[in-house]
Design a protein around this ligand. Sequence first.
Ligand code: XIL
Length: 370
Amino acid sequence: MSASPVTRRDALLGAGALAAFSCVKPAIAAEQGTLGALAASKGILFGASMSVRELDRPHGAKYAEMYAGEARIITSDIELKASVLRPERGVTNWEPADRFVAFAETHGMRTRGHTLIWNDDLPKWIGGLGQGELGHFMDTHIATVMRRYGKIDIWDVVNEPIAPWDHNEENLRGGAYLNALGEDYIARAFRTARAARASAKLVLNEAQMEPETERAHTFRTSFMALLKRMRDAGAPIDAIGFQAHLRAVDAFDFPAFAAYVSSVADLGYEIHITELDVNDSGVDGSIAERDAKVAKIYGAFLTAMLAVPAVRIVETWQLADATSWLRDPYVVKPKDGVRPDVRPLIYDDRFEKKPAWDAVARAFEAAPIR
Ligand code: XIL
């Protein structure tokens, strides 16, 4: 397993110590009390997914400033997905990912690459490949992308392997990779990634396990069984990503979920919270009441998660409500019952802090050092 994502230097660079190191890139906010600094003081990397297309919008400068002030690590929101990178057979669109890496470099941030292999969000031409062609595409895609972006040292190699609604064996998500290569696509992807960049931290990223629902428990059972089969297959997985797209109307038992996360960590995996947000669709009341409910869930979730020593990265999925994926009508159709004015994040539509920001800060302040 490669070095921990947060070095001792990061921890020392936590609140208050940062200004003493003139070598720290000036773009990293030096003031105490940013979420990045609070988290680093406990040995945790805090950040968020980031979309370079937001830099070109009227709020681009404020968006960049917010990230530069808060995030020590950023994840590519769409730039490294096959739908963007490989829009057509024989066409590779490197420009958005190049900009993503350049932004991180400018601001002295670490980066997570999301995601190399996903049976969702796949361009149709990839889905049309035969078994042999698809295996070759997968191997060359992983190697090419990881070698081009050598500065990205943490990768979501496989995203969302479980999907009970697809009714496949072991509740595996259906799609081109599973259809062509069977479950072995997962271990093969990790072996290929390890061969491409031995020093990179390789992550298996999954969603939908956090609430106290029948579906979440099915996910937990299926995912744990998958992990054990991957260990038996010798798949070089270093860390497990829990997306943590929480819905405020769901029931939760975060201490019980933390016990599940600990049982995953006990298998020898580092834990990353990779896509945290709290969807307040279905929460009635004023904006202040909705924001208070969202903040309470952020605080309770992170308090439980940060009690698990293996949790080393916490990222939200974007930082501000204004750029949340849950606001995208393409992604979340009004029929899905998601209100278009959801307020799932820690900054609002004017890039101002919300009560959820304070709840996250308090959770980092109270977290044990790892
Ligand atoms: C989302 C992006 O944020 C959207 O902009 C895009 O239209 C759809 O995908 N889980 C994941 C992410 O792993 O890749 C998804 O990102 C959100 C759910």
